[in-house]
Design a protein around this ligand. Structure first.
Ligand code: SN0
Length: 317
């Protein structure tokens, strides 16, 4: 595997899910595969789970791992081509990515959207330039429009919790927030669920429909109560408006996931990628209750990252 940026980089999603589950059973099976190989993890935004799980995944495979918070510890990065760098940016991505490619055998990079210019974010310019210039396999640790390692872990979590042969109803339910949040987790979740044997329903207020390229094939309902009927899984997530790009259009009163809302479902399991704003996106009762899968979901991030890194190592061995 040369790159892992979306579900489209995975030839057989079901086989990758199986590989994740196998690694979960025996995480140290390939503990020498990454010997003398270096994983570089580059962050332009904060991270807890992605950083620690991917670092640990590399270590479980015997890799050396370097982590850099480029936004805080690196030179201010320029990504536009052809500009005169007489302002605040110090180093161009052309040199930065190429240099990091010299030191690393695999690079992971996180870079959130700026949520100001739809075309710029959705072109995935930074990630694509990085892939082109680094010259080594690149894994997305959340880019401008997607969070594929999260979605793989989410799909594994759903698979673990579903009886064989059952096609679960999965509802992606928008939640309130106080600030503009990326579409990545929601876009990516929708894209991966389209490749899985599930019925996907997305519910969000008017004005919050996600980009059609990600939701094609899913049912989109603006009535949350209707969407939740009979749900086996409820994935709670906020995102900002796509239509009114990057805007917060409503305080979302009434959209928080509560036990009262869960009563409409088929005793649904509740998911969230974390970090979660308690009492705003999800009630304390739901998060602390028996239906919450959020910690197991985070646990599965490790094995998802490990399966992806293993496939990349297999490719460069
Ligand atoms: C990020 C997001 O894309 O939703 C990362 C999730 C893995 N989340 C946030 O930016 C939350 C920030 C906040 O203030 O709650």
């Amino acid at each position: 595997m040369k790159q892992f940026t979306s579900v489209h980089d995975v030839p057989n999603v079901a086989a990758l899910v199986e590989e994740v589950l196998q690694l979960k059973q025996a995480p140290y099976t390939h503990k020498t595969l990454g010997q003398d190989k270096t994983l570089g993890l580059i962050f332009l935004n904060p991270s807890l789970r992605t950083r620690l799980s991917t670092q640990k995944a590399g270590m479980n495979l015997g890799m050396n791992v370097m982590v850099m918070n480029l936004d805080k510890e690196g030179w201010a990065l320029e990504t536009r081509d052809g500009v005169v760098m007489d302002g605040t940016t110090v180093e161009h991505i052309r040199e930065a990515a190429a240099v990091m490619g010299q030191y690393c055998d695999i690079i992971g990079i996180r870079s959130f959207p700026k949520l100001q210019d739809k075309e710029e974010d959705y072109s995935e310019d930074l990630l694509n330039k990085f892939i082109e210039l680094a010259g080594v396999p690149v894994v997305s640790l959340e880019s401008a429009t997607r969070h594929p390692l999260q979605s793989l872990a989410d799909l594994v979590t759903i698979k673990e919790q579903t009886a064989a042969g059952k096609r679960p109803k999965v509802v992606l339910s928008w939640a309130p927030h106080i600030k503009p949040i990326p579409h990545c987790v929601a876009n990516s979740f929708s894209e991966w669920m389209q490749q899985a044997d599930v019925e996907l329903v997305i519910t969000n207020p008017e004005g919050y429909d996600l980009a059609e390229e990600f939701t094609r094939g899913a049912q989109v309902l603006h009535n949350q109560d209707e969407a939740l009927q009979g749900a086996d899984f409820v994935y709670v997530k906020n995102w900002s408006s796509f239509e009114n790009y990057g805007q917060v259009l409503t305080d979302g009163k009434g959209w928080m996931m509560t036990n009262e809302k869960l009563a409409l479902t088929n005793n649904a399991k509740v998911m969230h990628c974390l970090p979660v704003r308690r009492g705003l996106e999800l009630s304390h009762e739901v998060l602390d209750g028996p239906n919450s899968l959020v910690i197991e979901q985070a646990n599965n991030r490790l094995y998802a990252a490990q399966a992806v890194l293993k496939r990349m190592l297999d490719g460069i061995a």
